[in-house]
Design a protein around this ligand. Sequence first.
Ligand code: HCR
Length: 448
Amino acid sequence: MASAASWTSFLKSITSYNGDLASLTAPPFILSPVSLVEYSQYWAEHPNLLLAPNFISNNPKTQSDNDDDDNDDDDDYEADEDNIDVKKILAVTKWFIATLKSQYCSRNESMGSEKKPLNPFLGELFTGKWSSVSKDPKDSKDLGETILLSEQVSHHPPITAYAIINEKHNTTLQGYNRIKASIYTYTLSVKQFGHAILQYKNSNDSYLITLPGLHIEGLLAASPFVELDGKSYIQSSSGYLSAIEYSGRGYFSGKKNTFKAKIIKNNEAKINLKKKSPEKILYTIQGQWSEKSYISKYNSSAKKLFYDANLIKPEILSVKPIEAQHPLESRKAWLDVAEAIKSGDYDLIHNKKSKLENDQRELRKIEIENNTPWKNRWFTEIDLSGKELPALGQKSDPFTTLSTLANLSKNDVPSGTPIGDKEDDPNAHSKHWRLNIDAYKNESEITP
Ligand code: HCR
């Protein structure tokens, strides 16, 4: 009864939503004891798929193909494909599709429904590592250690930056994320800002990954869940584009979490509003990102299994015990609040949260008084407007080239906005967050 009453008053409060998610007072049962800074880990819960393009070689039949030989039709499409760059964009698309279940369904699976995460404080950190042994029994490769660095680089607006680094295979995924939410008749609609850049430095391949829109359904029934919408893109430096379109229950197939991805060569791609000629699609992949999806080659009606999201369990990040963590590390900093949330005691949650928030306000006040602004630890903001400036430790930033190839705006507009689209605000800045390699290399205090 008490829960039903508090949900009703929560629903009433969202009708006067002011754009600040942190200001929504949700009932304890919908609060997650996990901070949003932790969500960056969802990018690499299948490290073998993230690293797979490193093992794709020019040979028509590679070792990685042979590893799968005794298997059903999973991965067979790779053996049919001679073009190494096409093989790689297919592998990156597979990794990306594999991230979606962790990113958008994992709270439903572990906590019964989508939850409101803790709103990270400025400078909050989250780090951990994935071991070198793949949980995929088919996969005997030595993956090396993959580490995660995640940092709250801004509190107003909330922005989380992250890097996932595998030194053995010279592979880095880095990105950042900010959301803008609006509410229409009990549906929370969320636009993501930011992007990720994936670099395989041994082969000099890079990929731009844009982030899909989403909305929260099930609010009236007090059982919220995420549905993805709109489009997202993966643009490779070799000139191939994976354009992914999402829909919820009903649109493509009547099934939840559906998507359709088209693999297109860039000069054939038309991500603009004035589509004049049809694109030449090399491959189409479609199905459910939380279940099975299938791939078919251009001009062929035969389809093969592309990815089965329930076949291989995600590899859970290994995080240091709380006693060994620094006070800025998320699980240590939020420990009291997380325990209060687990106890479901509203007053205790309120008291513990207020203590952390007041301490933060006090810190900001002192910084202003002493003119010593907060310094981010592992990430730096770069400005890509106008004349291109080299990013830290790099000759140029891959985002400029890759967004141009894909005809996407490089401004701070919803992720994956095409140039000239109504969302492409010409007055928006072009500042983006990047890993500060030196800060990472010189870090000795906070290690995964
Ligand atoms: C929208 C959301 C916070 C943001 C979460 C993001 C977009 C964060 C970056 C990750 O890479 C991907 C991601 C996944 C989450 O699904 C998404 C969250 C879903 C719900 C949450 C709202 C702020 C919670 C609203 C409160 C409701 C449940 C009552």
